[in-house]
Design a protein around this ligand. Structure first.
Ligand code: MLC
Ligand code: AMP
Length: 504
């Protein structure tokens, strides 16, 4: 046996002095030095009682050390559970009680808030700051720089990523070593990543896109990462000249296009720009090509499935489409209710099957069963059609979901919270077009009889309860929610009514 994911990603690089991570704030780390750091952390995990199969939950800033903790967790046979740094303590509480990690690693600034949460779940609590310091770093510091990698097979779990649901409750998607490795292999191959590549990495690393698509693919190829803490435009522009490739959400590309320093000359040497996590407007695709001469390569995936489709590297990268299924992925377009496969051109739900598809939701067998067909296809909830050449064209979502700047926001979660607030009778949350984030969260609130609702007061009432990016950018107080004859809220009417507010 071996450790399927760790051995494939890092096995070839023991002792290598090839550059792996360069970050603006610290010295470059070679593959060999990174692996020594990961080994020290793997020892520290064991010393804290982490055993194979245990969860290691982290809510930490992006840093080379944060990535080493991911590698260390996988090497130690444990399960990596990254959490959005924007989540509030009450959101973290849910994830921690649900996942029951053996260890929670947080920023030193969150220690006081998270201590009671970790204690209640019986998890050890350590800190790791964005500059790589903290109690966990101290524990790792004295450890040996080699670690006997723990065996893990293809079906063993490597990571848990929580994804919200239409019911408002988050579900832990269980991802295996083979889910992650098969996807990294497919992407390395179809996107032609090699050890010569230098990937500009400005994505967060608590989601599929930044952690698995970007890091695993680049690492499997043996390339180099330019490791930026986030998408800060000056830093991105300053670092593009050294990169061969960049992966981004559509907001990255619209922000670049808004900047006059982003010119054809700046990126003439680049090999590849990819986009995903949210729809890339055809107009962005066209404007990007006009400005730079590059056609953005758009792909499609989700937490549960990793990447499922991609536009071709060679050949037509078609705007408004997400391309073809990956080599080892089966994809069909089906009637949502019956699962009957539809002919080319008709709109239905995307269903996928393959080594990319997750193992199920943690401790939610019923929910897992609901989202799979009997023949093993996963029902994504995304609506699409196949165009005349077989390109997948996403046209909407069967699920009530807002994607803002590449983050998924489930209206139900916000509605449940708003409905709890004093004076609120009911609420409806919708996504409306936004020039920067693609979609913005807007809430419509109906007050209880006689209540005098102040949107600003409501905003401050929910401020500490949910992550900032999920909070409505606007709250409208209205007399009643528009409903159809079945009593269902007509969100399309609300979208029309409030949709013009964020025009570019
Ligand atoms: C930040 N804010 C957001 C937001 N990000 N609001 C809505 N949606 C977002 N995505 C808020 C901030 O809290 C702040 O609030 C205000 O907006 C301005 O912040 P900013 O400084 O301009 O934002 P910035 O830090 O630049 O972040 C924007 C961003 C970031 C687009 C760079 O959100 C980002 O990195 N998104 C990538 C998400 C991602 O990786 N998704 C992959 C999911 S995996 P205020 O009011 O306090 O000022 C997946 C599968 C797949 O989906 O297929 O890939
Ligand atoms: P997440 O749950 O964060 O993994 O988000 C996955 C969802 O993002 C998918 O179900 C799609 O709705 C959406 N998505 C990802 N990539 C694309 C894309 N290229 N175009 C449109 N939607 C996308």
């Amino acid at each position: 046996m071996s450790n399927v994911l760790y051995d494939a990603l890092y096995g070839p690089h023991v002792g290598s002095d090839k550059a792996y991570i360069t970050s603006p704030s610290g010295p470059a780390l070679s593959y060999g030095a990174f692996m020594e750091e990961a080994a020290r952390m793997a020892h520290a995990l064991c010393a804290l009682g982490i055993r194979p199969g245990d969860r290691v939950a982290v809510q930490i800033a992006k840093s080379p050390q944060a990535l080493a903790l991911y590698a260390a967790t996988v090497q130690a046979g444990a399960i990596f559970l990254p959490l959005n740094t924007a989540y509030t303590p009450s959101e973290i509480d849910y994830f921690v009680q649900n996942a029951e990690p053996g260890l929670l690693v947080c920023d030193p600034a969150s220690l006081a808030d998270l201590a009671p949460i970790a204690a209640r779940a019986g998890a050890a609590l350590e800190t790791l700051a964005g500059d790589g310091t903290g109690s966990f770093a101290d524990k790792a510091a004295g450890q040996p720089g080699e670690f006997a990698t723990v065996d893990r097979g293809p079906d063993d779990l490597a990571a848990f990523l929580y994804t919200s649901g239409t019911t408002g409750r988050s579900k832990g998607a269980m991802l295996t070593h083979d889910n992650l490795l098969s996807n990294a292999r497919a992407l390395t191959q179809i996107w032609r990543f090699t050890e010569k590549d230098v990937l500009l990495h400005a994505l967060p690393i608590f989601h599929t896109h930044g952690l698995f698509v970007a890091v695993n693919t680049l690492t499997l190829a043996g390339g180099e990462l330019i490791w930026l803490p986030g998408f800060q435009i000056d830093q991105v522009i300053a670092n593009l000249p050294r990169a061969t490739s960049m992966m981004g959400v559509p907001t990255f590309y619209t922000r670049l296009l808004d900047d006059p320093r982003f010119t054809r000359e700046l990126v003439s040497h680049m090999r590849l720009f990819t986009s995903g996590s949210a729809p890339l407007l055809a107009e962005t695709h066209v404007a990007f090509e006009a400005r730079t001469g590059h056609r953005i390569l758009e792909r499609y995936g989700m937490t549960e499935t990793n990447m499922s489709t991609s536009n071709p590297y060679d050949g037509d990268r078609r705007a408004g489409t997400v391309g073809f299924p990956l080599p080892d992925v089966e994809l069909r377009i089906c009637e949502p209710e019956t699962g009957k496969e539809l002919p080319k051109g008709e709109i239905g739900v995307i269903e996928v099957r393959g080594p990319n598809v997750f193992k199920g939701y943690w401790r939610m067998p019923e929910k897992t069963k609901e989202e799979f067909r009997d023949d093993g296809f996963f029902i994504t909830g995304d609506l699409a059609r196949l165009d005349e050449d077989g390109y997948v064209q996403i046209v909407g979502r069967a699920k009530d979901l807002i994607i803002s700047g590449g983050y998924n926001i489930y209206p139900k979660e916000i509605e449940l919270l708003l409905d709890e607030q004093a004076g609120v009778l009911e609420s409806a949350v919708v996504g409306v077009p936004h020039p920067d984030f693609g979609e913005a969260v807007v809430a419509a609130i109906v007050p209880q009889k006689g209540a005098d609702l102040d949107p600003a007061a409501l905003m401050s009432a929910i401020r500490d309860k949910i992550a900032r990016f999920k909070q409505p950018k606007q709250i409208h107080v209205i007399d009643e929610l528009p409903r159809n004859t079945m009593g269902k809220v007509q969100k399309n009417i609300l979208r029309e009514r409030f949709g013009g507010d964020f025009a570019a």
